[in-house]
Design a binder for this molecule. Structure first.
Ligand code: DCP
Ligand code: MG
Length: 407
């Protein structure tokens, strides 16, 4: 079958949990929950399919998970291991694509239009990928083949775990999902689904029949959702190229407006850590730091500061706090920080001793700042800071802190 565009979406099954079961087969067959320990504050990162039978799922509060599954095995994540495996998975995936777009450690879109030629070719690639991941890494993944990104993602979900499914045309896509709940559509999260449900729009068919209502209810997002309800999605697979990025930043919208600027400073610290993490991961540094604030009345402001060289959380944090102190103190709905004027060369060349010196200074400053936060909010960061770089976990942590700000 000839197709204009052939896209594969590949997604590892219960990724962190599968890696742990592979490395310790005695864990197999038992419910396994990766994340915080039940006696800590925190969330589930993921769990294996045995644990999912009890209703445990990603991002769930660990205490709730424990209530549902007290006899489960609980384990902290090992991010370095997952990252290394992720790199090898990507090497395999990339061999079969002319463009690949990694959207998570365990998930990517692959443009296989040229290499596959037709649907049969794509099917063969999908099965080769599955076989190689199993043989070379001892893990399983689910793969979807389709005419669009949305459909490919839907297809990979369809037969999870260890699944394969194809959706060759928009008509196939529509007939598959038309009577399902609106949350089957890409970008319809819990909150959006609730809004639609409240308006009596429960299925994809309802969206198609009540387009005007959907757009009125959800604005721009509503237009997008309406399009995909008809199977229209012309997005290309676009590789993320760090050198194309104009800035590296992280921002966060609060569930309720924040008037306490001391609390905002603590949020800036977490955002700065996250920006540093991304900058270092792609090997870029900035020549400027910028703070963004949206006030409760929706007015947005940005403040910027040029710096000689910056890929360090403490510097981002300190400069952002300086800028924060100089702006009007009114309730805030969004806060963000970023570095811009990116470059890959280290103009600031340090001698090795200098480097070690700065590094240990910065590390100890950062550690004491982290300790301070842990004590102030009675937080248990589950072992590794990497947890915080996951958008949802950062969001939850900040909301938790907001509720527990002393005084
Ligand atoms: N993850 C996390 N917190 C979340 C969601 C995910 O830490 N809220 C981590 C753990 C997962 C990994 O990212 O193993 C991949 O996320 P997926 O959503 O793909 O979930 P899984 O791969 O675990 O399961 P599935 O088989 O449903 O893909
Ligand atoms: Mg996955």
């Amino acid at each position: 079958m000839e197709m204009e565009q052939i896209i594969i979406h590949a997604d590892m099954d219960a990724f962190y949990a599968s890696v742990e079961m592979r490395d310790d087969p005695s864990l197999r067959g038992k419910p396994l929950i990766i994340g915080s320990m039940p006696n800590e504050r925190g969330v589930v990162a993921t769990c294996n399919y045995e644990a999912r039978k009890y209703g445990v799922h990603s991002a769930m509060n660990i205490k709730d998970a424990y209530r549902l599954c007290p006899h489960g095995i609980y384990m902290h994540p090992h991010f370095d291991k997952y990252k290394a495996i992720s790199a090898r998975i990507n090497e395999i995936w990339n061999e079969y694509a002319t463009a690949s777009e990694r959207i998570a450690l365990d998930e990517a879109y692959l443009d296989v239009t040229e290499k596959a030629g037709n649907l049969e070719g794509a099917r063969e690639i999908a099965h080769t990928i599955k076989r190689r991941i199993r043989e070379e890494l001892g893990l399983t993944c689910s793969v979807g083949v389709a005419y669009s990104k949305t459909a490919a993602k839907t297809a990979s979900e369809e037969k999870k775990p260890d699944g394969y499914f194809e959706i060759p045309t928009a008509e196939d896509f529509v007939s598959l999902i038309i009577d399902r709940d609106v949350n089957v559509l890409y970008t319809v999260g819990e909150k959006t689904a609730e809004k639609l449900h409240n308006a009596g729009i429960r299925t994809v068919r309802d969206i198609r029949e009540r387009q005007a209502d959907v757009v009125r209810l959800l604005g721009k997002q509503g237009m997008w959702i309406t399009q995909i309800a008809f199977g229209i999605d012309n997005r290309k697979v676009t590789p993320y190229r760090p050198e194309d990025a104009k800035s590296i930043g992280r921002e966060l919208t609060f569930q309720a407006n924040v008037s306490n600027f001391e609390f905002l400073k603590d949020v800036l610290f977490l955002l700065s850590l996250s920006v540093e993490n991304r900058a270092k991961r792609v090997g870029l540094s900035g020549r400027g730091i910028s703070l963004k604030i949206t006030y409760a009345n929706m007015k947005s402001i940005t403040r910027s500061k040029a710096v000689p060289f910056c890929d360090d959380a403490m510097l981002i944090y300190r400069e952002s706090v300086n800028m924060l102190e100089q702006i009007e103190k009114r309730p805030v709905r969004l806060i963000g920080t970023s570095i811009y004027n990116l470059s890959a060369d280290r103009t600031k060349q340090l001698s090795f001793d200098d480097y070690l010196g700065t590094l240990s200074n910065q590390t100890s400053e950062r550690d004491s700042k982290l300790e301070e936060l842990k004590n102030r909010y009675k937080l248990d960061f589950p072992g590794h800071l990497d947890e915080l770089y996951h958008g949802e976990i950062l969001h939850r942590t900040v909301e938790y802190m907001r509720k527990h700000f002393p005084g």
